[in-house]
Each structure stands twice: as C-alpha cells, then as structure tokens.
Design a protein around this ligand. Structure first.
Ligand code: MLT
Length: 326
C-alpha cells in the first residue's frame, strides 16, 4: 500500500513539474525593476527582457515599482504567485544592503525569493556636476572638505547602490554631505547633469553615456581596477582610497516556491540573453562585467548572497546606522 501511495505522490509531483514546464509561460511575464525608469537597473532589465521574450515565446514586460530603496519592488515580487510570470531584477543594494540597513525590511532576500541567476557585475564611478572645479579625487576630496556644509550628493535612497558608494566615498574622505534621495539614479542623473546636485557614486552603466557626452565629470572608478569603458578614468585605489571595491551586481529572482522546471526555463532564457552578441556588446560597452559561467544559476547565486552578506555587513555597519523603512 505504501509503495502505491509513494508512486502516486511521485507521479503527481512529476506531472506538476511537467505541467509547470509545458505551460510556462502561459501569458506575458512581468519583470519588476525596483527603481525608476531610465536608471541602470532599468537599462539592464530591458536588455534582458527583450531577448528573453524571444526565448520564452511570451513578452517579458518591465514594470518599474520604485520606492524605499527598491524594497517596494522586491516585496511586490515576494508576494506574487510563484508561477514564473512575475520576476525581479534585483541587485546588491536590494538583496544585500537593504537587509543590513533596515530593521523592518518587508522581505528576507534569502528566504522570500527563488534565486535564478546572477546576470551582470557593475562597478561604480564617482561623478560630479560639470561646474564642480575638480579634476582628480584629491581635488574632489579637498573641495568637499572646504565646502562640506553646502555639498549634496544623490542616491536612490538608503540601502541603494548609490547610497553604498556614496557612504564609502564620504567615509574615505572624512566628510558627511547632505543626501538627496531619488526614485532611482535615472532621475538623479538628470539633476546632476542640470547641476541641481553636486555628486554621485553611480553605476558605471548609467554614467558612461553622460561622461562620454561631457555633461558630467568622471573623477574615479570605485575599486582597484580601471573599467574598459572608461580607460582614462583612474581608480579610487590609485588615488589612495583603499577598500572601495563596490560591485552592484544584478540578479534575476522569482517568488519563493517557483517550481524547478520554471526556474530552469528562466535560467535558460537568461543564459541565451547573455550569449546574444548584441546584448553582450551593449552591456560591455556600458562598462558591465559579464559573469563567468560558473557564477550562473541558483546555487551559485545563493552562495554569492551568503558571501556578500558576510562581506558587507561589517563594512556597511561601519559607515551607516541601521534605519527604519518609512
Ligand atoms: C537604479 O537603477 O536607479 C539604481 O540601481 C539605484 C541605485 O541602486 O543606486
């Protein structure tokens, strides 16, 4: 009798998985971007979504759900049905920094989401409004020290990637500037170009077009490795600022409980996008670093999140207080 029950249970599980796989996707897929349109997360998500639509045979539609440093968008996905028709383009800020900084975060990125895969590593670059009279990190640091009462910097909210980068820069220089919060660094970049805010530590994928257009100043890439898209921009390490190796990695998730065949189908579509020459060329041209094959997939992403949480907790705790989501 027990064998019969076991066989029935196995058959049901296999058919459920098979149903999920054959039926998925049965309608357009929503990819939630937890920041405003026009920012780096949005740009990356739209590049993937367009290509994934072809592989999945259904439109992958990007939906911007901004606010509270991306946590509103992540919560939206965590609460969605785990059927693969709602996905998240998250990043180091939403998946790691928010976990460390907020004492009332509405999700746990390790237990409320199903990891699919890392999709891109993204360095940050320190940029200023054109009118700031500085040409090097040393001049920037000196300018901030002499004018710190009036200087403002842009972020996408406490816990966002631009907030982490901004905290690292201020901590290294020993200043505390006024933080101007935006719903994403897309709108923040508009204000920087207009000169309404003084500086920002933004993802290179967002800053490169404006740097190339000459509308903002590039001071330094955060970290110890120059970026091929900005070969003439020195690093903070070259300027003597150690330890600013921020990588705002991006990764795709679904709601917890997404069936394995659906995770596999989404992973396949992500891999196909990363194998597409047009997508690869665009991501690299914007300064993105494509992840190595061994870094792809759910297990590798779980390991990466554990490593990142362990790495960033002491660093973030040393430069920022825990805070409460409003
Ligand atoms: C964005 O897409 O607007 C950025 O990822 C926000 C941030 O994390 O700085």
């Amino acid at each position: 009798m027990r064998t019969l029950i076991l066989a029935a249970a196995v058959a049901m599980a296999v058919s459920a998985g098979a149903d999920a796989q054959t039926a998925y996707p049965s309608r357009p897929v929503t990819m939630v971007v937890p920041f405003a349109a026009g920012g780096p997360t949005d740009v990356v998500a739209r590049l993937f979504a367009q290509n994934m639509s072809r592989t999945l045979g259904q439109q992958v539609v990007v939906e911007n759900v901004a606010g509270a440093a991306g946590s509103l968008g992540v919560s939206r996905v965590a609460r969605a049905a785990p059927d693969g028709h709602t996905l998240l383009m998250g990043h180091m800020g939403t998946q790691i920094a928010n976990m460390i900084l907020y004492d009332n975060l509405t999700y746990d990125s390790r237990t409320d989401l199903e990891p699919v895969s890392l999709v891109l590593n993204v360095s940050q670059v320190l940029v200023t409004k054109k009118a700031m009279p500085v040409d090097s990190f040393a001049q920037f640091a000196d300018f901030l020290k002499r004018n710190q009462a009036t200087i403002s910097y842009a972020t996408a909210g406490v816990g966002s990637g631009s907030h982490i980068g901004g905290m690292l820069v201020q901590s290294a220089i020993g200043v505390k500037n006024e933080m101007i919060g935006y719903r994403g660094t897309g709108p923040a970049m508009n204000d920087l170009v207009a000169g309404h805010v003084d500086w920002m530590a933004d993802q290179i994928t967002n800053a490169v077009p404006q740097i190339r257009a000459g509308t903002i100043r590039a001071i330094a890439v955060l970290g110890d490795r120059r970026n091929p898209s900005l070969p003439d921009v020195p690093t903070t390490a070259e300027a003597g600022m150690a330890g600013a190796n921020s990588n705002i990695w991006h990764a795709v998730y679904g709601p917890k409980g997404m069936p394995a065949p659906v995770v596999e189908a989404v992973l396949k579509a992500v891999r196909e996008a990363l194998a597409d020459e047009t997508v690869k060329a665009r991501l690299v041209d914007l300064g993105g670093d494509l992840p190595p094959a061994e870094a792809m997939g759910p297990a590798a992403l779980r390991r990466h999140m554990d490593e990142e949480l362990a790495r960033w907790t002491p660093i973030i705790r040393s430069v920022a207080e825990k805070t409460t989501l409003q």
